[in-house]
Design a protein around this ligand. Structure first.
Ligand SMILES: Cc1cc2nc3c(=O)[nH]c(=O)nc-3n(C[C@H](O)[C@H](O)[C@H](O)COP(=O)(O)OP(=O)(O)OC[C@H]3O[C@@H](n4cnc5c(N)ncnc54)[C@H](O)[C@@H]3O)c2cc1C
Length: 363
């Protein structure tokens, strides 16, 4: 799926700013990303024959703008390294004797391993296989609740608004709420809103909603035009002209005009109308579902792991990727942390196996 939108592998901003994107998880994640930084990820892709470029926003993509050539080259290399793939194996947890249980096309199968790396993802887009079922196989106190990240939100706007404008875009508007702002295109969904600026603010809005149950945000429908300029234009229209016509002549889309209608009386003063255009209020009631989110917040808590990302309650079992309790905005930060924690778990496995082979009787 990430490949469909160009495969934004990582980001080219300076490393300190980069690391700050992981919020509370920066404290433990930063050393791991420093050990496998954006430059190393880019180098890895390029070594696999996929040159990368940095877009104007600083996002780094393979020139092919898709995942398949990189994936093919990587699989070919792993196959030369004698990696064996066991496809169609659904992990079902552990047997009482501590073996890994799998559901396969030939029925259930148990496997014992010297070391295991779990990289089972979060719980967004479950139809791709990552459904968060694994959370039932670890002790509850090792997992921070899985929550939507980079997600849309449900609104208290009328169902008729969503029905009529579902899929339409409010172009280049500025969103403000819970003390944060972001500008960009907002897409109207069946019951809410989504899009890049919504995702950017989603961590802070989600927490505000969890705390307060509702959140009032405002939308500047004309961020590039000052209130004075809007007022001058509005006042230049003939007094007899309907409000709807005036808004149309200001270039506001049908969806934007409907939003203003939901908030204002039919014949408000031009000053009031300008205030609404610059700060149209919308109530958010909840984050949209985890299944529709780009990524997952929550997961295996860092305090349930040792420094090599090994589960303290399951020696020899390591965890990497979005299963871990961190979140980040879109922009390449997600894949970068997945690769960096994958690398850290691999280092953890190597240290664990070496330590094991030092013990008498452990060959
Ligand atoms: C539409 C979309 C676009 C995205 N674009 C980008 C982007 O451009 N850049 C970016 O940085 N990030 C992007 N992301 C996020 C990024 O794809 C994820 O953060 C990343 O794939 C997580 O990697 P992971 O290995 O932890 O988990 P996943 O990629 O989810 O892989 C987990 C795997 O484990 C398998 N699995 C789960 N449970 C079991 C089980 N019980 N038994 C067996 N197998 C199981 C799943 O089938 C899956 O194959 C995007 C996400 C989405 C949804």
């Amino acid at each position: 799926m990430a490949g469909r939108s160009g495969l934004n592998l990582t980001h080219a901003e300076d490393l300190d700013s980069f690391l700050s994107r992981y919020g509370e998880a920066t404290a433990w994640l930063a050393p791991l990303v420093r050990r496998f930084p954006p430059q190393a990820l880019r180098h890895w892709a390029e070594e696999l024959g996929q040159p990368c470029f940095t877009g104007t926003s600083g996002r780094v993509f393979p020139q092919a703008m898709k995942a398949s050539p990189l994936l093919r080259a990587w699989l070919a290399r792993l196959s030369v390294q004698k990696v064996r793939f066991a496809l169609r194996h659904r992990w079902l947890g552990w047997s009482e004797a501590g073996a890994l249980r799998f559901l396969t096309t030939e029925g259930e199968r148990e496997i014992r391993a010297d070391a295991v790396v779990l990289a089972l993802g979060g719980a967004s887009w479950p139809r791709l296989g990552s459904d968060g079922d694994w959370a039932g196989f670890v002790p509850p106190d090792a997992v921070a609740r899985l929550r939507p990240a980079n997600c849309g939100f449900l609104t208290a706007l009328s169902p008729a608004f969503h029905e009529q404008f579902q899929g339409e875009v409010l172009h280049s508007v500025t969103l403000s709420g819970a003390g944060q702002k972001a500008r960009g295109d907002v897409t109207i969904t069946r019951q809410g809103i989504e899009g890049a600026p919504v995702y950017r603010l989603s961590a802070c809005w989600r927490e505000a909603l969890l705390r307060d149950g509702r959140l009032e945000i405002s939308i500047d429908l004309r961020p590039g035009v000052t209130p004075d300029a809007l007022l001058t234009r509005l006042e230049s229209f003939r007094a007899r002209e309907s409000q709807s016509n005036r808004l149309r002549r200001l270039g506001l889309s049908p969806a934007a005009r409907w939003l203003l209608r939901e908030n204002t009386a039919p014949n408000v003063t031009p000053q009031e109308l300008v205030r609404e255009i610059k700060a149209c209020s919308v109530i958010l009631t909840a984050p949209d579902s985890l299944a529709r989110a780009i990524s997952t917040a929550g997961g295996i808590r860092y305090d349930a792991l040792d420094h090599g990302l090994m589960l303290k309650h399951r020696p020899g079992v390591f965890v990497a990727g979005e299963m871990l309790d961190w979140e980040a905005p879109t922009g390449g930060y997600l894949l970068q942390a997945c690769f960096a924690t994958g690398r850290a778990a691999a280092d953890g496995v190597r240290a664990w196996l070496v330590k094991g082979s030092d013990q008498p009787g452990n060959g």
